[in-house]
Design a protein around this ligand. Sequence first.
Ligand code: HEM
Length: 396
Amino acid sequence: MTTATLAEVPVDTSIQIPQLQSDPYAVYRRLRAEAPVVRIPAIKRIMLTKAADTKHVKENWELFSSDDPLTPMKRAFLAHTLMRKDGAEHKRERDAMAPAFKPRVIKGCWQPLYTQVAEEYVGRLPRGETVDLFTDLAAPFAARCLTHLLGIPEASDADMIRWSQTLIDGAGNFGGVPELFEKSDKANAEMDALFDACAERAKADPDQSALSAMVNADDPIPKSQIYSNIKIAIGGGINEPRDALLTILYGLFTNPDQLAACKSDALWDAAFEEGVRWVAPIQASSRLVMEDTEIRGHAIAKGEVVMTVQASACRDEDLYDDPESFNIFRPKAPHQAFGNGPHFCQGTHIARRMLAQIMLPMLFDRFPNMTLPDPEVVKFWGFGFRGPLSLPVTLN
Ligand code: HEM
């Protein structure tokens, strides 16, 4: 297509951030049908909602860089993390953490350890009572597993959860609110002090963790990058398994036939994939356009920022029948909840193992008659990250 025949990207001024936080899926359904490439002034980006387009952008990193200049991530992390790097520079840093994510290590090291953690955390849930699984299980379980994977087991669950949220709030602090950066600065100082101590231990006594792999490498990446990439994993390794677990449970409780099938036939892997497809824990990722190009016949200029909405891609009618429903029996089809291309989630297999193979079967084994007494109280929220804000269940 020549430049002359390309259309301008349409603009939608009606879409505002509060609507994207409370009910994004209605917006995405309309956009997929009417304007799959659309400029949204409220988010200062061009939004892409079709699966083919989000995949195309994520896979073509030379044309669509991860170094989104609009997010204050560098300010929040006081570093340029691997998530915002491209090409060889990105690969070197990602490879540095890779030994901790190898299937052999997951099976031999993290699976038994995470099973112990799950036994402890499920074991302390009070039978017969109603508890919020967000605060009482999903968040602390995700935090504890992550401390082991990263090599910082001295960190408390509460600190991990606070650091993670502080980094996320800082990276999303588009308005530059000083207090949010003061909090992220304080969290960075606390994390740096802990990492110094843990790095010394890992050098003296190496283990399978990401920190140990990085500090003991033959040709280590700089310490600043080791620390900032541990931080990116803290910022991105708690919310997603937490929200995925709560979403899957909500989907099962509100579809009792599917829950019954899961319990009788151990369909936890299918429940996991369907849960993350249905409500992708990371809903969207942005990319910087490096050269003039086109998407779906629209001119996209160098310097624009495109937002790939994997949440919408995961509900694209081109790929799924009845995409808005939670249905663990739907035919297998690849989804984009873990992204695509070089930045494909490094924790994918760990998350699957933690939830589908450990937590979900154990939870229903211990509490086979667990119920969600009032599904109406469960509210999903979030534009960048999304999941239930609470999940009050009765444990029986
Ligand atoms: C259900 C759980 C999870 C989901 C849905 C999820 C989703 C994602 C997505 C969509 C991305 C790509 C972002 C982009 O393209 O810009 C990503 C990247 C990443 N995830 Fe996950 N994630 C999950 C769990 C985890 C866990 C447990 C870890 C453990 C540390 C982790 C570590 C990472 C890292 C390090 C990256 C950056 C990879 C890179 O930039 O090369 N994730 N994740």
